[in-house]
Write a protein that binds this ligand. Sequence first.
Ligand code: CA2
Length: 149
Amino acid sequence: MKMIYILNGPNLNLLGTREPEIYGAETLAMVEEKCTIKAKALGLSIDFRQSNVEGELINWIHEARLKAQGIIINAGAFTHTSVALHDALKGVGLPTIEVHLSNVYKRESFRHHSYISPAAHGVICGFGPHSYELALDGIVSVLNTTRKG
Ligand code: CA2
């Protein structure tokens, strides 16, 4: 079964506790549960993780090179700051979907630039927790169209 790493960046552990008008009322554990159900229906395994530490996210991306077939990443605010995450994703070269709960383009201009997007196959944002399920559909589509051999 194909393994997908779903990586979450800083402050996403606070999901469901504040700013429900932006991020929704669901906790990250609830998002993980939905992803687990969706992944099972798609025939995928997932490893769902969150860290507030940039280096830990980078190490997980490196780990994914040998252990996973794809990455879904919500890098949180590191999206807008981290050349290091960009380089890690480029370096590993796995199919990657960038995901955001909120529509970052409707928000402050500093959220309009992403260092992740140039290293990603595609971007999904603005659908709340459902963004993650859409990203799982997206990664299946990428994996099924990537040329083998
Ligand atoms: O919309 C997204 O998913 C973001 O990646 C979330 C990040 C933000 O910096 C990005 O621009 C867009 C912030 C995650 C923090 O989430 C919280 C949730 C509830 C309470 C506090 C923070």
